[in-house]
Design a protein around this ligand. Structure first.
Ligand code: AMP
Ligand code: MG
Length: 347
């Protein structure tokens, strides 16, 4: 068993492993990361191999001090106006679920950036992640700790099940509080553009910078950022995404799993069924609510966990409800629609 508690000793052992070029999975506020030394090409190559991740999908470098940014990104090459935006974003939203794309320093290995002239950097808002980064090399490359294309892990057990035997250690920090990956914001091309919706809502960024661009439909077809690959974040079970109006009118399928946004939708569906449906335990086991009371924060935090559960209990198909498009809603809908697209592409 290679799961470690994030005690002083656990963190020390995990940090030593990272310094030695080995891989360590660790908790962040978004999802669990698969970490390797960001400046060690052997460790980076191993991350791609373990995940089965194509080399054209660049990694995010995680730091734990604002000052580490200069080692990774070529800040002086930015226009002064962009540098100001960067400063305000870092002051207001770091540490947090926001990844910034910036011109890279030559010392950052090409493997980390898939040969791009830009690099993705994030400062996670999680004590265990910060301690691990500070005690190891100060710059830890970490994609989500799941096989490429599959659901992201939000608990140490998810990592253990999917990749456990290939890692030096898994630091167990309990369930992730945000539960969806970071928002990716590109600052390298003049006007800021969201490449992937995520844990920092667009509204928070726009309150600071004013209107920002993206993500656009054509980015989905031509992945400028592979987190935008149309098929991604997918369970093994086929998933169909429904608007609320559709979802509450679905006929009952005995073998399907249902993922409702909230109790209101679930109750509306049950009331509309042409025969009474037993919601007692046993009857409810294939029906999940992202959030009883309709909180988007709670829905995001539970999303991958519930998809893992439905995937495991062996339903014929997951029918999931699209959530409202505010706050963390776009990030949730993005992950659900990519999970739905995975099936289309697989056939
Ligand atoms: P993951 O680590 O799996 O959450 O994915 C990281 C996301 O950041 C992916 O969508 C990457 O493509 C994106 N990303 C990383 N580096 C860059 C870059 N230099 N330019 C654009 N997107 C990037
Ligand atoms: Mg990922």
């Amino acid at each position: 068993m290679n799961i470690l508690a994030p005690s002083d000793e656990g963190l020390q052992r995990a940090a030593e492993a990272l310094r030695a070029g080995l891989l360590v999975a660790f908790p962040t506020e978004t999802v669990y990361g698969l970490g390797g030394d960001g400046f060690n090409p052997h460790a980076l190559a191993r991350i791609f191999a373990v995940k089965g991740r194509p080399r054209f999908d660049p990694l995010i470098i995680h730091i734990a001090e604002r000052d580490s940014l200069e080692r990774i990104a070529a800040i002086p090459s930015l226009e002064p106006a962009v540098r100001n935006k960067l400063d305000v974003l870092c002051a207001c939203l770091w540490p947090g679920p926001l990844t910034l794309i910036l011109p890279k320093q030559p010392e950052v290995p090409d493997l980390a950036t898939s040969g791009l002239p830009t690099v993705a950097v994030r400062f996670p808002d999680h004590r265990v992640a910060q301690q691990l980064i500070r005690r190891s090399t100060g710059a830890v490359a970490a994609p989500s700790a799941n096989p490429f294309g599959y659901l992201s892990p939000t608990r140490a057990e998810h990592v253990q099940e999917q990749l456990g035997d290939q890692l030096a250690f898994i630091l167990d920090g309990g369930p992730c509080s945000i539960g969806v990956e970071s928002t990716v914001l590109d600052l390298s091309a003049g006007s800021p553009r969201i490449l992937r919706p995520g844990g920092t809502p667009r509204e928070r960024i726009e309150a600071i910078l004013g209107a920002v661009e993206g993500p656009s439909a054509e980015q989905g077809r031509m992945p400028h950022s592979p987190g935008q690959l149309k098929s991604h974040y997918a369970p093994r079970t086929a998933l169909t995404l429904h608007r609320r109006e559709e979802m509450i009118l679905l006929p009952y399928e005995p073998s399907a799993g249902y993922l409702f946004f909230d109790r209101r939708s679930r109750d509306a569906w049950v009331q509309g069924l042409d025969r009474p449906y037993d919601l007692e335990p046993g009857g409810t086991s294939r029906i999940r609510l992202l959030s009883e009371g309709g909180s988007l924060g709670e829905a995001a935090a539970r999303l991958f966990d519930l998809l893992h559960e439905l995937d495991k209990i062996g339903v014929s198909r997951i029918r999931a409800e699209r959530v409202p498009d505010a706050g963390l809603g776009p990030a949730i809908n993005d992950r659900l629609s990519r999970a739905a697209a995975a099936e289309v592409l697989a056939h």
